[in-house]
Design a protein around this ligand. Structure first.
Ligand code: ZN
Length: 599
């Protein structure tokens, strides 16, 4: 099949417009159809990338020919002789890792949001010509991508290639004057390209990531000869004032982080911000195996025209969320106490979600498209995160297997890698349950029925006890309290049952809470409590001075109408967890804990 040729030009940085050309030498004589994906793998929401195609025209053998839309995501060119070129102007001003962005500081794109797919030619090889923006302002710009070079020197504009359309759209491209660092892991060169103003210690970031990456490579690859399943890897990082996000690809990842999460020069401690960035990078790297190669059968191949349904995202995102932080302690980047703090925070996040008793992580996976990715004021009451609870289910599964002494979750992942990932076979629905049962040599049906397909809380307190780790809960002391450690602040004595924003708007009203019973609702704005003007201070004072069973009068605006309600306060829920290492664990517990945290 003839090569599909693409060309991308950052045409007008001030107007945020790329020009993207797609040329087919032997178009369908009946009129070639072109399709744009509606979603990007890894982010389960119909995004309608065609929304940002602001102008589309076609030419054949140098002459303009008609092209018309046949559906929201489909164009058809008039019948004619080749070569046929479609020229699209694409608006790009989304700073997230999922679409595309262009201004005078950088150009970035993900393939699904810019590359039209000529129908019937999905398996044809592709080339991409990357053209620099015109003007002296851009002469320091370079290119960071894992698209294979087709003549372009390293980090240069020029020609790149991909094996087929699926490969083409899995290598996001960064064009800017990024800073660059590199390291080796598994005998393979890894690069870190950082865009945005920053003065970080990138050498330190490279050293820490090298340990984390090597540990992951060894997990799947049977150290010491282990090699990763790619021959180079790229971390694309965009540093901003405030932002967070990551998206995995087969040999790269795009991350957005806060500038102050990058490691500072002259420092050696790992603060919470840097820990957040390391966890994110570790998470996306783990996906190189778990979801990019070990994939649900529903994604083999991806149907990017509509939703792809699977009940397994809890395993792909949840297990990845469990291993992202675990890799930090197992690789020696953080110590045991720091890891337990992170696990305590993850448990806290789930304990604060009443929706965990309404939706299973299996159902949350299936409905990701309309629920997890489209959250509203009621989501905490009815939706559970297949990331957060999924990570606790993965932890409980690992600890259960370890306690039985037969195997670990590492063995399950290696089996999935050998049978599905390395073999290039999709994981059918239900196959993970079966592999766990086979490896554990025990019937694990009850575990999956209760914690994956049902809404029970995984029994982490009981499991951790066998590992010499004590599980504690307390009430949250304020809005900034994420759990993970004990608190010396006075504990709250009562609870309103709503999440209140700084401007006193109720963001969420929790199921069965005093606020809900009194008739308060999300978006109500608090005006006064017991006749005194409401403020964040007043609410904090209320929480530590009043008791369960007491009544308070609340004035609030709903839309522009004043409402007055009587709230009967309840006791504060014990939804904040922290974990501690038992100082003198039994011999069994000490051995289990050592194996779990240090292999
Ligand atoms: Zn993920």
């Amino acid at each position: 099949m003839q090569t599909t040729r693409y060309q991308v030009t950052p045409l007008d940085p001030n107007a945020h417009v790329f020009e993207v050309r797609c040329t087919v030498d032997d178009p369908d004589p009946a009129g070639q159809r072109f399709r744009l994906p509606t979603w990007i793998p890894g982010s389960y929401l119909i995004r309608e990338f065609a929304r940002q195609f602001v102008h589309v025209r076609a030419e054949a053998a140098g002459r303009a020919i008609p092209i018309a839309k046949e559906a929201k995501d489909v164009w058809r060119a008039a019948p004619g002789e080749g070569p046929l070129t479609v020229v699209a102007k694409v608006y790009a001003f989304d700073l997230s890792v999922r679409t595309a962005y262009l201004d005078r500081t950088r150009a970035y794109f993900n393939g699904p949001s810019v590359f039209l797919s000529p129908e019937g030619r999905e398996s044809a090889p592709c080339t991409v010509e990357l053209i620099p923006p015109s003007g002296d302002d851009f002469r320091d710009w370079r290119v960071a991508t894992t698209l294979e070079s087709d003549g372009a020197p390293p980090h240069a504009f020029g020609r790149y290639r991909a094996a087929n359309y699926d490969d083409l759209i899995d290598h996001p491209v960064e064009m800017s004057d990024f800073a660059l660092a590199s390291f080796a892991a598994g005998g393979v060169r890894h690069e870190i390209a950082v865009t945005g103003r920053q003065q970080a210690d990138l050498e330190r970031l490279a050293r820490d990531l090298a340990r984390v990456c090597q540990w992951q490579i060894d997990l799947f690859g049977n150290a010491p000869q282990s090699r990763p399943p790619f021959d180079r890897y790229l971390f694309q990082i965009t540093a901003v004032g405030d932002g967070y996000g990551g998206l995995e690809h087969r040999s790269s990842t795009s991350l957005v982080c806060r500038r102050d999460e990058l490691p500072m020069r002259g420092r050696s401690e790992i603060d919470d911000g840097y820990l957040n960035l390391l966890g994110l990078a570790s998470h996306e790297y783990f996906h190189s195996w778990n979801v990019k190669r070990i994939k649900p059968a529903a994604f083999m191949p991806y149907d990017l025209t509509r939703e792809g349904y699977t009940r397994q995202l809890w395993a792909f995102e949840g297990a990845t969320s469990y291993y992202d932080d675990l890799a930090l302690v197992r690789s020696g980047v953080i110590d045991d106490a720091r890891y337990l703090e992170l696990l305590g925070r993850a448990i806290t996040q789930v304990l604060r979600t009443p929706g965990r008793h309404v939706q299973s992580v299996g159902d949350s996976s299936f409905d990701a498209w309309i629920k997890f990715y489209r959250q509203d004021e009621n989501s905490p009451n009815v939706v559970v995160s297949y990331y957060a609870k999924g990570s606790l289910v993965a932890a409980a599964l690992d600890l259960t297997l370890r306690k039985r002494g037969r195997a670990t979750l590492d063995d399950v992942l290696r089996a999935l890698w050998e049978r599905y990932g390395r073999a290039g076979v999709g994981v059918p629905e239900g196959a993970i349950d079966a592999i766990v049962a086979e490896i554990a040599g025990d019937d694990m049906r009850d575990f999956f029925a209760r914690f994956v397909h049902g809404t029970d809380d995984p029994p982490l307190a009981e499991l951790l006890d066998s590992f010499g780790v004590d599980f504690h809960v307390r009430a949250a002391v304020n809005a900034a309290d994420r759990g993970g450690k004990p608190s010396t602040a006075p504990p709250p004595t009562c609870w309103l049952g709503a999440k209140v924003a700084k401007d006193l708007t109720l963001q969420n009203v929790f199921t069965g809470s005093p606020a809900e019973r009194a008739g308060l609702a999300a978006n109500d704005v608090l005006v006064a409590v017991d006749g005194v003007r409401a403020s964040a201070d007043l609410l904090d004072k209320l929480a530590t001075t009043r008791s369960a069973g007491e009544h308070v009068g609340v004035h609030a605006f709903r839309r522009d109408e004043l409402i007055v309600v009587d709230v009967e306060l309840a006791g504060a829920p014990l939804d904040t967890c922290w974990l501690t290492m038992r100082e003198e664990p039994s011999g069994d517990a000490a051995r289990l804990r050592q194996h779990w945290l240090h292999g």
